[in-house]
Every structure is written in C-alpha cells, then in structure tokens.
Write a protein that binds this ligand. Structure first.
Ligand code: ZN
Length: 212
C-alpha cells in the first residue's frame, strides 16, 4: 500500500518536473531591464523607420500640427520626474483613430485621432496615456514576452520586420492599460491639465478606440 503511494508521489513529482521544464524552456522572463534604454532607443529608431515605410502609416508632414503636438508634449514632459527617455512624436496620415508606442519613447498618433480630439486637453490625455506605456516599459516587456530577449536583440532583418508589424497590430493587456491610465491621470494632474479629460475622451471613444 505504502509502496503504491510512494510510486504515485514519484509519478506526480515527475509530472510537475516535466511541466516546470516545459515552462522554463518555452516561456521567457518579461523583465524589461534585460534591455537598456539606450538599446531600446536604437531598436526604436529602426522600427519607426520601417513602420513609416508602410503606406498605411505614412508620415503626415505638417509643421503646424507637429508644433501643436510638441507644445502639449513639452508640458507633459515637464511633469515627468527623472524620465530616461527622449520622446519623439510622429503624426501619421490615417483616418483611423489610432495611437501607439514604439520602443525608445516613440509615440505615433494618427491624424484621425487628432481630428477626434475636441480639445487640447483630450489630446494631452492620449499622449499622457502613451507616455505611461513608455515609462512603465510595457512595449519592451511585451516584445520580450512574445519573442524572447535573444531573438528580439538578434538584429535579424526578418525579426525587425515582424516586430514592426507586431507593434502596429497587437495590444497591451488589461493590467498594462490600467497602469497607463493611472500614470496618465497623475501626470495630467502634475501638469495642471484637467485629469477628467482622460475619462471624457475614453467615453467618447467607446468601442471605436483602436489606441493601445
Ligand atoms: Zn494603452
């Protein structure tokens, strides 16, 4: 009898051991610290260039729009304490209501989203939310999780192409979205911008939101 229990225990241990082995082989640590900010910025430059080559994300060349975004971004950046990122904003020409972050402090915003914002405060809310994803290093965490650190930093052209696609198509998980919202609310308050603009915008966006 005791021998049967011992055998069952050994089988159970073996099964758990196997599960552990499979997990350790096929899951990657998501720690964003695995990539330095400098390395992240280098990767980000390549991704942005590649994304802008796609006609869907063609750069919108309008200095007035750029400076309007810059004014809002500057005010928010002043509210950031000890940020290690040099932010770079790109407005791309698309009717889609869309904004997303690319590694290295790059934030891409569609003309559709700019048109959708009724007030500068609403645009500030979008930018603050995206800054939240940058500062919490959500993009890098997601890429490490999906690809693994070795593949991500391999410099392989195919991988770079895949990552650029991934950045424009996948979204963050709910916890990361909540973190970005919390970050945005605090940042808006620090920058003396009405934090309620975040809620107003999200209510307006409803299900039309493709921002991630
Ligand atoms: Zn988000």
């Amino acid at each position: 009898m005791q021998r049967t229990i011992l055998r069952d225990l050994l089988v159970l241990l073996g099964v758990f051991g196997l599960i552990w082995l499979v997990f350790s082989l096929f899951s990657y640590p998501e720690d964003p610290q695995l990539i330095s900010i400098h390395k992240e910025e280098k990767l980000g430059e390549v991704y942005v260039d590649l994304i802008l080559l796609n006609p869907v994300f063609g750069e919108f060349d309008n200095s007035r729009v750029d400076s309007a975004v810059r004014v809002i971004a500057d005010r928010l950046e002043e509210g950031l304490e000890d940020s290690e990122y040099n932010y770079h904003f790109v407005v791309f020409d698309s009717e889609m209501i869309n904004a997303f972050t690319v590694p290295g402090g790059n934030i891409l915003i569609s003309t559709g989203l700019l048109a959708f914002c009724d007030t500068p405060e609403e645009l500030a809310a979008v930018i603050a939310h995206e800054m939240g994803h940058v500062e919490e290093r959500h993009v890098v965490s997601r890429l490490i999780k999906e690809l693994g650190i070795e593949i991500l930093t391999s410099g392989d052209q195919y991988v770079i192409g895949e990552v650029s696609e991934l950045l424009t198509s996948t979204s963050f998980d709910r916890k990361q979205e909540e973190e970005a919202d919390l970050f945005a609310a605090k940042l808006l308050e620090t920058a003396s911008i009405e934090p309620r603009s975040l809620a107003t915008l999200f209510r307006k966006l409803g299900r039309r939101w493709t921002m991630n």
